[in-house]
Design a protein. Sequence first.
Length: 231
Amino acid sequence: MDRSVKIAPSILSADFADFGREIEAIEAQGADWVHVDVMDGHFVPNLTFGPPAVKAFRKHVRTVMDVHLMIAPVDPYIDAFAEAGADIITAHLEAGPHIHRTLQAIRATGKKAGVALNPGTPAESVEHLLDLTDLVCVMTVNPGFGGQKFIDMTDKVRRLRAMIGDRPVHIEIDGGVDPTTAPRLVQAGADVLVAGSAVFRGGSVQNPEPYGQNIRAIRAAAEGAGGARVA
Ligand code: DX5
Ligand code: ZN
């Protein structure tokens, strides 16, 4: 599997009146994946978009649509997000008592299954899920908002990397990622970097070059840390 560094801009930091062109702009500027943050005002204290919006985004995504569900319960909505065109559906371990069943249900739709961990949840909590999952998302902020202060989870990433071994499981980092925070996480074994404010700052649909500069700055910092070579 591809363990090179992948940058996944979060459209939570995009212009909410112009998602289609924002997605096209970040992809043209070098995004590897597009990260979509779904919030329900219950599991997290913020509201974003549901399956019809995600389906509308799909028409503009040419890379990988990475859908991060911050909702509880999850299971009743899995089919709707699969039908909306998600490539990866990630559910929170803390969103219900049956994450194992949730991951099985995501895989049953033919989509890749991710499990996300809040900052307070230990790496060991996914030990018995690793054969059922394609991605572990390590939250480096408390989920709910973009632009929050980074919480260092390097040790958790290192433990996960050792636990994953040869399995084809991505480690994704979400929250407060920028050129200063990314290197240590990639060095510890992460390969997917979600970034909202650090990608969208300074740019716009009319002026997308800063998106490209921001993406290249994160990638260069991460690869400089040895990320491209982490096997
Ligand atoms: C937070 C979301 C993140 C968020 C990241 O709940 O899951 O994807 O958009 O934003 P930044 O990069 O600004 O911390
Ligand atoms: Zn996210």
